[in-house]
Ligand binder design. Structure first.
Ligand code: ADP
Ligand code: MG
Ligand code: MG
Length: 930
């Protein structure tokens, strides 16, 4: 016999050891040991399972051991297994450390055979009940342990019902069920080539093996892979053997499930359902509609009282909301299972705050038990919880929240209708920076192409608007202003609803519920801020975004992207003028017009964030992003030339017609003369020539600006050095806005940040501009504006040179999106569209490094830069902006390496605040990646 102990009675098992006993088994042991009424039983360990899977047979001596424990059960219950006047029936239940669908189902009523059946009939004096239990057991065992498909049994059932004219199962009497049981035994015999095992120990042995094997079943294996359940989280399944109790013994019996608190709202009130005169599976199987537990108070007041007591004892013991199963057998209440309750985000937050208030959990626990990512659900509108409609199509859940509106297919229409007060959803194949004005006025964005990091997704997330991207089932026809999904056609103006949290798209308007920043959430996040060392800032480009971020608890703005301001419709023409300028004077003239606009933008943001720091990044993207594409221009120019040709043709028309068909000419002479006159006036206006010239000039510029690899090209600080007047205008706008705010008594903390810096000299040059302009502003405005000057670290070389950078920079901000591209030498779009999915699926990479910070590579660079920077300037402030700033795993790492703040999109701020607190609370557990 194996020296290991493979079986623990519920009285002996260690309730903490879920790896060994499985979650269900460990909790059954614990419930028994704290004195709750649980039917007696025992657990066969996961180690026995692993041994079985390795040797393909039950460990030596296991069956003897099982017999011993069954004997003990017989003694405890006073019943006999497979015989005697009082038959012992048992359930065989699987259960691993992690709850996992796909493993073997539970077999109830095991131990029934001809002998125990007779005893059961005598004992209950209910022949129908006994035969009903028997035929259910044969089918369940046949299906689960022996693999006989349900349909073979169902076919017999139908035949018997037809024979006796029964409509429902309930219409069958004891005799019919006896006949059915006999037929079921035949079905098993026919399909297995041997008779149904009537020896209960044989039934048990077969069942235990089947449970063990189900651990390696395809569904279970797939599930573990999908949810990344590793062997140190769950390894093998235990088997729980439990004496049956009967909820189906009459109207003083029943069965149900309960939550110690409401899992939908978190309210402290027992919540659940029960059925009178029913057995285990009936409640979930939906054969009858269960009643809410509140009704038990009328029906069985004493049992209702006991149930409340059970609920309280479970919760005060586990110090966590419990989800439990119970059965009442002839007036006695039994607990059959308990586990931590799964709740929605709202309920998690509320129970955290309330359980702390009740002294049930510590504040640390209250913070740790809520998963940060779920908070985002609470900050955006959701589909009404009682809505269960079918969706038209599903794309990627790119930005959470639900929104309804009329379909529009372009940004201009979105803007026009939106401004007119209509609710619209912008539907496009994909979006570009010049669609931004449409985003502002749309309730949500739906694209048929592009991933979770496409332009649409990133911009929508930044604005906190719902977005479904990459919804490939939708085929958009821009020209026809319609879209098709399968055979359905959607036209402009049709109403749809999108759910950016799930990626579903629905026809028509689906009711939604507004986001609520509950008082419990405010409390929980205030605790988080007290605990956390990392500060949480927001990325925001407008005063509205900034105000919202502040509501979400941002400690400042970590990133203002000035190019977002350049893109709005009233500014783009001026920006284009600046780019197209032939001389420095022309460029300066355009910049002079931009200056007051930018200054007003910054003032707005500074005011919204009064008292808090605002970090403004100088212009970053390459200039061609503000111009139309060459292909677009070529097309437009070709159209205009065609127009010229057509006009020439029309001018020749009268003469040609006179020649070919003088009669016809006579008939239309008047009109033709008028037409030619009109054409001449048009030609003299040179309207189309002017447009052609202008477009050709732009095209020339676009071609000149064309780069092989724009992301590595003329952008960021490189632009600032080539065109000092652009950065100078922006610096002046920032400092003047600050001066004007200061004069109005608004406390401001501006910070100027330079993107794409690679060399110390670049940073020094820009610092030179800043110092010069600062003096000018001081002279002209009479205020010495306090500000900070710093650099993004998003180029590998800049990280390497961090020690010297810190001589000029008062702060660093890691631009981890670009830094990740640079570290991997991946271009993000290509990577995500072509090979990254395969990389993560086959395990070459654990996660998409653009979503979860690559700690081993990018993280090492960051660690080095922080160390070097602080050697030069110990008080150096270091932040991280970019997508990773809102990712909980990345936040843990940032905490570890001593980063000062993370900056993320507004709705992610609460997520990051909680994650920052958890990072602090768990810092001693953090393990370095190897
Ligand atoms: P699951 O993991 O699917 O919940 P369970 O092992 O908990 O499976 O059992 C399925 C159903 O059978 C549950 O409703 C449970 O309460 C009931 N059940 C299990 N064992 C017994 C038992 N010994 N007596 C009565 N009902 C039982
Ligand atoms: Mg269960
Ligand atoms: Mg960048």
């Amino acid at each position: 016999m194996d020296s290991k102990r493979f079986i623990y009675a519920f009285e002996d098992g260690d309730g903490k050891n879920k790896i060994l006993l499985g979650g269900k088994g460990a909790n059954l042991c614990e419930m028994t040991q704290i004195g709750l009424k649980v039917p007696p039983g025992f657990v066969i360990t996961t180690e026995a399972c692993l041994s079985y899977l390795e040797k393909n047979q039950l460990p030596a001596g296991l069956m003897d051991d099982i017999r011993g424990h069954i004997k003990a059960l017989e003694k405890k219950t006073g019943k006999g297994f497979g015989g005697g006047a009082n038959p012992l029936l048992i359930s065989v239940r699987s259960g691993s450390a992690m709850s996992m669908p796909g493993m073997m189902d539970t077999i109830l009523n095991l131990g029934l055979n001809e002998t125990s059946l007779e005893a059961l009939i005598r004992q209950t004096a209910n022949e129908r009940f006994a035969y009903d239990a028997y035929r259910r057991f044969i089918q369940l065992f046949g299906k689960i342990a022996l693999g006989v498909a349900d349909e073979h049994f169902d076919e017999r059932m139908t035949a018997v019902k037809r024979k006796y004219g029964a409509r429902l199962d309930l219409d069958l009497d004891a005799g019919h069920l006896r006949e059915l049981a006999a037929e079921f035994l035949e079905v098993v015999k026919r399909h297995c080539g041997r008779p149904f095992p009537l020896d209960p120990y044989e039934q048990l042995e077969i069942s235990v093996g089947a449970v063990f094997r189900s651990w390696m079943g395809k569904r279970a294996v797939d599930y573990r892979r999908q949810f990344k359940i590793t062997p140190d989280m769950a390894n093998g399944t235990a088997v729980n053997i439990c004496a049956m109790v009967f909820g189906n013994m009459g109207n003083d019996s029943g069965t149900g499930v309960g939550f110690t608190r409401n899992p939908g709202t978190g309210e402290k009130l027992i919540y659940g359902e029960y059925l009178v005169n029913a057995q285990g599976e009936d409640v979930v199987a939906g054969i009858r509609t269960p009643k809410p537990i509140a009704e038990l108070e009328m029906e069985m007041p004493e049992l209702h009282r006991q149930l409340l007591e059970l609920s309280d004892r479970l919760e005060s013991h586990y110090r966590e909301v419990q989800d439990f199963e119970f059965t009442i057998e002839k007036g006695t209440l039994y607990g059959l299972q308990t586990r931590n309750g799964k709740m929605n985000a709202r309920a998690m937050v509320r129970t955290s705050v309330e359980m702390f208030g009740e002294g049930l959990i510590s504040r640390e626990r209250a913070l740790l038990r809520v998963e940060p990512a779920v908070l985002e659900q609470l900050l955006v509108p959701q589909l009404a919880p009682n809505f269960h409609g079918k969706s038209l199509a599903q794309g990627l859940p790119a930005s959470p929240g639900a929104a309804s509106g009329r379909i529009v297919f372009d940004a201009d229409t979105a803007e026009a209708k939106g401004l007119a007060g209509e609710r619209v959803i912008l539907v496009r194949e994909e979006t570009k920076p010049d669609d931004i004005h449409g985003f502002f006025q749309a309730q949500g964005i739906l694209t048929s192409r592009g991933g979770k990091t496409s332009h649409a997704a990133v911009v929508a997330r930044g604005m906190g608007k719902p977005c479904v991207s990459g919804c490939e089932q939708i085929v958009i026809d821009d020209k026809a202003r319609s879209a098709t999904i399968g055979d359905a056609t959607l036209r402009e103006g049709d109403v749809i609803t999108i759910d950016g949290g799930t990626g579903h798209v629905y026809a028509g308007e689906v009711p939604t519920v507004e986001a609520t920043f509950s008082s419990e959430m405010v409390t929980l996040l205030a605790w988080a801020d007290e605990v956390a060392r990392l500060k949480v800032m927001a990325n925001a480009d407008t005063p509205e975004d900034a105000t919202r971020a502040r509501k979400f608890g941002a400690a400042g703005i970590g990133l203002v992207r000035t190019e977002r301001m350049f893109n709005s419709t009233d500014r783009l023409p001026i920006v284009q003028e600046m780019i197209l300028a032939g001389t420095q004077e022309e460029r300066q003239a355009a910049l002079d017009r931009l200056l007051p606009i930018q200054r007003a933008d910054f003032k707005g943001i500074f005011k919204a964030m009064k008292g808090l720091p605002v970090t403004v990044r100088l212009l970053d993207p390459p200039m061609h992003e503000f111009l139309p594409s060459a292909a677009q221009l070529e097309l437009e120019i070709a159209h205009l030339h065609q127009l010229n040709d057509s006009i020439k043709g029309l001018k020749d028309l009268p003469d040609t017609l006179k020649l070919l068909n003088p009669k016809l000419y006579q008939q239309y002479a008047d009109g033709l003369t008028r037409l030619v006159g009109g054409l001449r006036t048009f030609e003299e206006s040179h309207l189309e020539d002017d447009v052609i010239h202008r477009k050709e000039a732009i095209l020339k510029k676009v071609r000149a600006l064309q780069e092989v690899n724009p992301m590595l090209g003329h952008r960021g600080v490189r632009l600032g050095i080539s065109y000092p007047e652009i950065y100078s205008m922006q610096i002046r706008a920032i400092l003047e806005a600050a001066a004007l705010c200061a004069r109005e008594g608004v406390e401001v903390y501006p910070e100027i940040m330079v993107p794409q810096v690679a060399t110390v000299e670049e940073l020094k040059r820009i610092h030179g501009y800043v110092q010069r302009i600062h003096k000018v502003v001081e002279l002209t405005h009479g205020i010495n504006v306090k500000f900070k000057f710093g650099t993004m670290l998003e180029v590998v070389r800049a990280c390497v040179r961090a020690g010297r950078m810190a001589e000029t920079a008062e702060f660093f901000s890691f631009g981890t999106n670009d830094l990740t591209q640079a570290t991997f030498s991946f271009s993000r779009e290509d990577a995500e569209n072509k090979f990254l999915p395969a990389y993560t699926e086959t395990g070459i990479l654990q996660d998409n490094p653009f979503e979860v910070l690559d700690i081993k590579g990018v993280g090492e660079l960051m660690k080095m830069a922080v160390t070097k920077g602080r050697e030069t300037r110990p008080e150096l402030k270091v932040g991280i902006c970019g997508e990773h700033g809102g990712n909980p795993a990345s936040i843990h790492f940032c905490h570890r390496i001593g980063i000062t703040y993370v900056s993320c999109s507004g709705p992610r701020v609460p997520v990051a605040r909680l994650a920052a607190a958890q990072a602090k609370l768990l810092e001693h557990e953090y393990r370095d990646a190897d």
